[in-house]
Design a protein around this ligand. Structure first.
Ligand code: CTP
Length: 432
């Protein structure tokens, strides 16, 4: 496949050489496009020697086959920018096209992956945060920077992700055929071959965690959900090739290469989910959204015992069902303690979702206080898949197996045929 490797001017440009080599080793045709600033860090000759194509000179120089930026943009199967400096991100977000790299980014319809690299202060600047949010909204995938040593001997967040991590994100975005040599980093070790890339090209939105509803600036109403199950679903979907947006009320770290939106209340979660879900193929509502909140959050700290007047929160899932786009798969979660399947079946019908994942929170080893989880997945067509006690990741993959089957038009899915064989007892999951 044809990959444009954009390199902008940061010290991490030296690591882009390795990204180039790894992608060429995977059999891809790589054209490096360097900004002027990138050339101050690494010479074009280094990239030309390693890449499949020589480094094009620039926007105004002659280019074999026509106009450089349109040819490159049109032919690309993917554009990856590593490193992406604050300046490059700003120009791209603003729609500028003042050099060959930004012009190519504007001229392409292919997936774009950006790998930011900069000093911590710059990474945390609101301008950078907002530019990245803009790009994410437009479908650009962000491979977040890591913490560690930075230029000039400083330490902190902002160091570009490692070449293997970047190549893994690129290969996942390209789909299952992108790694003929079975690049060791292409998928997590736990993902069986059959699942690799089966969500490539799809946009999956996942909610996670328990929302927090303000009583006053100090106190909240919340629940016991930690968000582990939702985070595991986001991570599993990403490793199966999807572009993933995780809207989370949990403090857990963001899974790698997942666009993560942090929220607190049901209202914030509703706004973030609605924005993300518009173009999504799949929405999984694994969050434990508070069912009620104080009608009024006090502006100042309440002294003494307040008399709380509560009101229901917006039903986010109901809103999704009302606005669902054709072919979109909507997955709800529920917790029950008795007549689990019967109640869940009625809930699925009432809610109008495609799949309902129900936790039997009274079962031994399942529930909020346990490390394992056990669920039943109900399909709107009437099929039921039991997923025995297992890790959060095993449960996540079992849910995604049924989702994938639905996306491919088979309502029941592979998990129905083999409900127990693949999901052995794990040790790290919990109820949600
Ligand atoms: N949900 C939501 N918005 C809410 C409440 C819940 O989107 N305000 C979603 C949850 O994310 C979950 C599903 O709806 O996917 C749970 O439905 P719910 O009816 O709240 O089920 P339970 O939590 O089991 O509660 P109950 O039985 O009281 O209805």
């Amino acid at each position: 496949m044809r990959i444009v490797l954009g390199v902008s001017g940061g010290i991490a440009a030296y690591k882009a050489v390795e990204v180039c080599r790894l992608l060429v080793d995977e059999g891809h045709r790589v054209t490096p496009v360097l900004t002027d600033a990138a050339r101050r860090f690494v010479g074009a000759a280094t990239f030309s020697a390693l890449a499949s194509d020589p480094v094009p000179e620039g926007l105004w120089e002659p280019f074999e086959g026509g106009i450089a930026h349109t040819r490159l943009g049109q032919a690309a199967d993917l554009v990856v920018v590593a490193p992406a400096t604050a300046d490059l991100l700003a120009r791209y977000a603003a729609g500028m096209a003042d050099d060959l790299l930004t012009a190519t980014l504007l001229a392409t319809g292919a997936p774009v992956v950006v790998c930011p690299a900069m000093h911590t202060e710059m990474w945390e600047h609101p301008a950078v945060t907002e530019n990245l949010a803009t790009l994410r909204r437009r479908g650009v995938q962000v491979v977040p920077p890591e913490s560690g040593r930075l230029a000039g001997g400083d330490e902190g967040t902002g160091r570009m992700a490692e070449p293997e991590t970047i190549v893994r994100a690129v290969l996942a975005a390209l789909g299952p055929d992108a790694s003929p040599t079975g690049f060791s980093g292409a998928v997590a070790p736990g993902v069986p071959a059959l699942r690799r890339g089966d969500l490539a090209g799809r946009h999956v939105v996942v909610s996670a965690g328990g929302t927090r509803e303000a009583i006053d600036p100090v106190r909240v109403i919340t629940n016991r959900s930690s968000g582990k199950q939702g985070h595991a679903i986001a991570e599993a979907a990403r490793e199966r090739g999807a572009r993933v947006t995780l809207v989370t009320a949990s403090a857990l770290p963001a899974p790698a290469s997942v666009d993560t939106v942090r929220v607190e209340s049901a209202a914030e979660m509703e706004a973030a989910i609605d924005a993300a879900a518009r173009g999504a193929d799949v929405v999984v509502m694994a969050a434990a959204v508070a069912d009620f909140r104080p009608k009024v959050a006090a502006a100042h700290k309440v002294h003494g015992v307040p008399e709380l007047v509560l009101e229901p929160t917006p039903d986010i899932l109901a809103g999704l069902v009302a606005r669902r786009r054709p072919g979109q798969v909507l997955v709800g979660f529920a917790a029950e303690t008795q007549d689990v399947v019967g109640r869940a079946r009625r809930k699925l019908e009432r809610k109008g979702v495609d799949l309902l994942v129900v936790n039997d929170v009274s079962a031994p080893g399942a529930g909020f206080d346990h490390d394992t989880n056990e669920v039943t997945i109900l399909c709107s067509e009437g099929r039921t898949t039991r997923v025995p006690l297992g890790s959060k990741r095993q449960v996540a993959d079992a849910v995604l197996d049924v989702v994938v089957a639905r996306l491919h038009g088979s309502a029941g899915g592979p998990a129905d045929e083999r409900p127990t064989a693949e999901h052995e007892t794990g040790h790290t999951g919990e109820s949600r």
